[in-house]
Structure formats: C-alpha cells, structure tokens
Design a protein around this ligand. Structure first.
Ligand code: PRP
Ligand code: ZN
Length: 290
C-alpha cells in the first residue's frame, strides 16, 4: 500500500497510556503486531501505521507532521506548547499534577511556595498556574525521578503527576494540592481534518471508535410485560424512538426490547418491576451505530 495513503498514529511505547491505546485500536477490528521492541508497525487490515514512542514526544511528532494523530495525556500537549486539535477526549489514564512536600514543610496553599525551589517535569503548566496566583518561585526542571529532588537537596518540594499516590508515599512526600487534572486525548494538527485522503481514513477510524464506545455505554434490555402497561414501559425506558413490542401467545402479555444507558440500569429495572415486568434480560452490546 502506498505510504502516503496510511494514517500515522503515535502511541506511547510503554507506560500509563500504552495498553489502553492499543486496546482502542484493537477494538476497532484493526490487526497489528505490538511486539514492544518494534517501534514502527503497519496494520494488516486497515491503512494505519504505528509509531511507538515516548509520550513526551508525541505532541512534537504530531505538530511536526511525523505522525498524523497521537494518543497522549492532555498534560503533555499543554506542556509542549503546541496548538493541537483534540479529536476525541478519551478519558482514560486520568491523573493529576500535584504539589507534594517533604516532612516538615508547612503548606497553607500556593502562597507557601513563594520563593521556594520546586522541581517538576511540567515547567510550562506549573509556571502558568503560579503566575495566575501571583506566586514567584524558582522552578527546577528535571525530566524524571522528580520525587528524589527534595532528598538530595536540589528542591524544597515538587510538582509531579500523581495517579495512585504510591510513588509519593514511597518517597516520603505528601500530596498537598492538585493543580491540574489530565487524561488521555487523541490529537491531530490543526487543519488536518480538512486534509483529503488521510482525513477520510481518520473519519473511518473515528466512526469505528465511536461505534464501539456507544455500545459500551449501553445495555440491551428485553422483558415481558402485561400488554396494558406498554405506555408506562415506554415512559420508563425512554430516550429512544420506540421500544420494539412483540405480542406473546398469551395476548394479554407482550415482549419488549430496547436499549438503555448503562448508568440508568438499576432505576429502570426497579421501575419496570413495579409495573409488572417479568423475565427482565440484560445483555451487553458489542457494537452500536448512531
Ligand atoms: C508519573 C509520575 C510518577 C508516577 C506516579 O510518571 O512521574 O512517577 O507517575 O504514579 P502513582 O501516583 O500511581 O505512583 P509516568 O507514569 O507519567 O511516567 P513518565 O513521566 O516517565 O511518562
Ligand atoms: Zn512521559
């Protein structure tokens, strides 16, 4: 296949985002090898090429046209300073950028950071927030192992990503304030979506992603109901054009099928029971178009 006709996607090689990023592509029925050592891969049944790279580099790759799209934390996009378009907010790998202090550091809000040395891998995001709050501090930029900096004396406290908080605890640091929240997004260059052939491949990919995603948030529901309660059932189930109603052999009963949002399931279930529904079956949906 002509190289130009493939969409190039940058995905984190290994780390917080990797597995879910690959899951998304797999769930779209796209087959490829994810060996972990091969840094460039081509899908066998879809015009998609993968670049497996460090997450910090993904915004640059997308901005510089090395990759067309990327799956990365919003924090890396904001920290890069590149103006990228968020194609989808994927929501996974949620974590926060927090201030953490060692034993004995009295923290009473951002003003406690005045004049202090703060180690971070996110100087752009942190300096923006400090500036908004009128706090002047010295930022010590490090690219990793931020947690060690207070112990070795090059910083008074840190500002780093926290997910479970284990890393902080294990390094004797206390999380005192979350200043920024982040999760995974899919990004492209501004204007890319008007870019003809490749943009059309992205649209195909997004249609598949949205179809899988829609299905995950929904459940298929099937139940028997006294025929004279159909209007009540339609009101309870709601949110769709009309439930499918099939007569049963016993004409005073019907079978009803519909799709409901997963998060409404228990309230719908209880209300249906209250109007005499029986044999309520709930099934997962694998794929669902709009
Ligand atoms: C972040 C951060 C911590 C760790 C915190 O690193 O720098 O080391 O995660 O996670 P926890 O609260 O669950 O212990 P990340 O995984 O983003 O690695 P990277 O900075 O090398 O990309
Ligand atoms: Zn990283």
């Amino acid at each position: 296949m002509d190289e130009q006709r493939r969409l190039r996607i940058a995905i984190q090689k290994s780390g917080r985002l990797s597995e879910k990023s690959l899951d998304i592509v797999h769930s779209c029925g796209i087959d490829f090898n994810a060996d972990g050592r091969v840094l460039r891969e081509v899908a066998s049944n879809f015009p998609l090429e993968f670049l497996f790279v460090r997450d910090d580099d993904i915004p640059t790759y997308v901005a510089d046209d090395v990759a067309d799209i990327g799956i990365v934390g919003r924090n890396e996009v904001d920290e890069s300073g590149y103006e990228l378009e968020v194609v989808r907010d994927l929501g996974f790998a949620a974590c926060r950028l927090s201030i953490a202090v060692p034993e004995g550091f009295r923290y009473e809000g951002l003003k406690s950071l005045e004049g202090r040395r703060i180690a971070t891998s996110y100087p752009r995001i942190l300096s923006g927030i400090l500036e908004d709050n009128g706090v002047k501090a010295t930022l010590v930029t490090v690219s990793g192992s931020v947690e060690i900096t207070p112990t070795v004396g090059i910083a008074d406290c840190i500002c780093d990503l926290v997910s479970t908080g284990t890393t902080l605890r294990m390094n004797g640091l206390r999380e005192v304030e979350a200043i920024y929240h982040t999760s995974a997004v899919m990004v492209c260059r501004p204007g890319f979506r008007q870019d003809g052939e490749k943009a059309a491949i992205l649209d195909r990919l997004l249609l598949r992603m949205d179809t899988v995603n829609n299905a995950r948030k929904k459940k298929y529901i099937l139940f028997n109901l006294p025929a004279d309660r159909i209007d009540d059932a339609a009101r309870i189930v709601g949110g769709m054009k009309s439930p499918t109603v099939t007569p049963l052999l016993d004409r005073s009963w019907v079978s009803v099928q519909s799709v409901i949002a997963e998060d409404r399931f228990w309230s719908v279930f209880e209300d249906l029971r209250a109007i005499g529904a029986e044999g309520i079956l709930v099934m997962p949906i694998e794929k669902m178009s709009d």
